[in-house]
Design a protein around this ligand. Sequence first.
Ligand SMILES: [Mg+2]
Length: 241
Amino acid sequence: MCVVSHAKTLAISLGLLVSLAACTTVSPPSGNVLKPNTAWVYSSKGWADEAKTVYVSAADYVTEKHVEYLPESWAVIMDLDETVLNNVIYQVEREQRGEAYSAESWYEWTQKENATLVPGAREFIKTVNDLGGHVAFVTNRSDKEQLATENNLSKLNLKRNTDFRILLTRASPKGERDKSDRFEIVPELLEVQGYPNVKTIAFIGDNIGDQPNTIGDYRFFCIDQGAMYGEPCAKVPGPGE
Ligand SMILES: [Mg+2]
């Protein structure tokens, strides 16, 4: 693994001259050393490989499960941040400045529309659509951030109608962080849009709250976001199993 921030800091502290020219990883802005799990997401092939593996498992599942349903009568609900959208640059910038998350700085980040894709997400979304399923995004980004979020997705070539049908943000300030009610109305929203009797067969997310509170006939697939924030669903967030 090539973690530039660690190597650079070590070199400076020891007074050694270390050439980083051979390292292919882009160096983050200078500043405080990243937390190990942030560095893992930022520059580790292991993180990318782990995300791809989860998405391959999810694709295998919907490929097998969808035959129980008619085309356009099943859906997958996905979280966005650290599930589809990779915001590690925001995290890197905050940590290197020695600053924590703030709603204001997060809002500014979302307005830049610069989030990248979590590896494997695009291929999975394509699989769902190719098999006749619907993709619905249920995110705790606020409604103030909805437009920029959809623009960001569009820049990543994930378009409403073609790639996803629903994008539900959280209304501010009164909207519930708990996603249960929004999960439940996804089939209703699809029904009034001409797709009746839709069953949600899978949820994909990086946090515990990205799946329903109740057990049902669905599968949940967890993307490991390295415990950068929130309540990660990964049993052991970060490097390792
Ligand atoms: Mg998330």
